[in-house]
Design a protein around this ligand. Structure first.
Ligand code: ADP
Ligand code: MG
Length: 495
């Protein structure tokens, strides 16, 4: 029988507070849909720093105005639902959620209360190579409110209604996450997916993706959920993780000191890394939901579902697996390439012109990425045709150019002059490697003649000196000698 090794008998093990409790997290993510117009009228849904420029009488809720459904928002909601294996609700209607707030011109928000368009499904996450699925409760469509501006005027709160009526998806998870790392992975994955599908720009700083974290703790092994606290105002993925960490510590501290946990809504102050109470849930509003009478219920047909399913792109996880299986990329390379759709599309385009897939991944994750960063560009405005990058890679593969020169000297010029040929640039910069063996032989002879002592040491067994000789030939040839050939000739001559 195998003996379990245990450093201390379990009864003496100190009880770590973090092990004593299980953390439970459920996230609500609001994603602003990339439709051109708002959910119920033709006003632009684009982000604008110029307040109150996207406001028609419908947005302002003038008497007599009527909403009209934006079908693109429905298409996008279904797209995400199918990508996350949700069940799609085919019979949909909207409800009015009544509450008074200055940024809500109608006095109610139109939302899907009882018929969320997507139910169940899950978000796949991977932490240190372990895969898990975080179950979803629902995804529903709703309209956004406007924005109160408290810091514009000394005496008044100002209001910007550009955002009022913009379509949102509210993506609600089950309380399935048990660490801030899992929450981080979940929201990272969700962000990758909505941008991959082109339904949301994922920009958390501009508010097009917002997250509320519901957090509770319970004694390890306990089945019943603890009282939850909801933390709002999380405007970056990093802050979601930080806020959960501080809130969990606060909850543990409360429980350890026999203080009650109150169900409440809190806000996160990122500057001071603390959360503070906004309101207690006990005086929760009565929203007086009722079906929106100005919008007719709508039925999603089977044909329409098939049509959207057929338009779904290959999803990042499936693509990653394909790259590992068919192109023999490492797990890491495949995962990073599939972090972004534009990058994966470019990768796909380059591998149409070469079979050195590993080299393409290395180029994209190394020199090309550096160039994009330096130039503040992305693949969407990258001028280099995929075919030219494949040509450059093949020049390295055939030994015409060495990798260092190809990546640091030829690539930048090629990006500036994408109409030129990589070989032409390498020739103009005088970087073509010398693979004519007589030229290489002359350099090798010169190095050997210049270093008689070292040669003797090498011949007496100090084989590590080979690097020195290679380096000298490289210097003498100004980097143009084909290094493979240099090594071969050096070894022959030094025997
Ligand atoms: P509300 O609209 O009042 O916030 P929801 O039913 O929409 O309520 O749930 C909000 C989120 O809270 C969901 O993501 C859910 O998983 C999560 N949640 C519910 N109970 C708990 C709990 N005890 N601990 C942590 N998360 C919870
Ligand atoms: Mg909530």
């Amino acid at each position: 029988m195998p003996i379990a090794l245990c450093p201390l008998p379990p009864t003496f093990a100190p009880l770590n507070k973090k092990d004593k409790y299980q953390i439970v997290i459920g996230l609500e993510v609001h994603a602003q849909l990339l439709t051109k117009s708002k959910l119920f009228c033709g006003d632009s849904a684009a982000f604008s720093t110029d307040p109150n420029t996207h406001i028609s009488p419908v947005t302002l809720a003038h008497p007599g105005t009527l909403p009209k459904m934006n079908s693109k928002a429905i298409e996008y909601a279904i797209t995400l639902g199918l990508a996350l294996d949700c069940e799609i609700e085919q019979y949909n209607y909207f409800a009015r959620k009544n509450y008074f707030y200055p940024d809500l011109p109608k006095g109610y928000q139109v939302s899907q209360h009882t018929t969320p368009i997507c139910k169940n499904g899950s978000v796949p996450i991977s932490i240190n190579g372990t895969d898990r699925k975080i179950r979803l409760n629902r995804i529903h469509i709703e309209e956004d409110a406007g924005k109160s501006l408290h810091d514009v005027d000394e005496n008044y709160t100002c209001i910007d209604l550009n955002r009022a009526g913009v379509p949102l998806l509210e993506i609600v998870s089950e309380p399935d996450m048990h660490s801030s790392e899992e929450a981080f992975a979940y929201i990272t994955e969700l962000r990758k997916l909505v941008t991959w599908l082109g339904i949301c720009d994922g920009n958390m700083e501009e508010g097009s993706m917002r997250c509320d974290a519901n957090i509770s703790i319970r004694l390890a092994g306990e089945k019943k959920l603890g009282t939850r606290v909801e933390v709002k105002n999380l405007n970056s993925i990093r802050n979601v993780k930080r806020a959960i960490d501080v809130e969990v510590n606060r909850l543990i501290e409360l429980v350890e000191n026999n203080q009650p946990v109150i169900q409440e809504t809190r806000s996160y102050d990122a500057d001071n890394n603390i959360t503070f109470s906004l309101r207690s849930k006990e005086d929760a509003d009565d929203y007086r939901y009722f079906p929106e009478p100005d919008l007719t219920p709508f039925q999603i047909t089977d044909d329409y579902l098939v049509e959207i399913r057929n338009k779904l792109p290959v999803l990042p996880n499936a693509l990653k697996k394909r790259y590992i299986r068919e192109l023999q990329l490492s797990d890491y390379d495949a995962a990073v390439i599939c972090d972004d759709k534009d990058q994966a599309d470019y990768f796909e385009a380059v591998v149409q012109h070469t079979t050195n897939y590993k080299a393409v991944a290395n180029w994209l994750l190394g020199p090309v990425k550096n160039q994009l960063n330096d130039r503040k560009m992305w693949y969407t405005n990258f001028p280099l045709p995929a075919e030219k990058l494949a040509l450059l890679i093949s020049l390295v593969d055939t030994g015409t150019l060495n990798f260092g020169n190809a990546s640091s000297k030829v690539l930048p010029v090629l990006i500036d002059h994408p109409q030129k040929q990589p070989l032409q640039i390498a020739t103009e910069l005088n970087l073509i490697q010398e693979s004519d063996s007589s030229a290489v032989e002359n350099w090798v002879d010169e190095v050997i003649a210049n270093m008689p002592d070292k040669v003797k040491q090498y011949q007496l067994g100090k084989k590590g000196l080979i690097g020195l000789f290679v380096g000298e030939v490289k210097r003498l040839s100004k980097g143009k000698a084909d290094m493979q050939l240099v090594s071969k000739i050096l070894e022959q001559k030094l025997k």
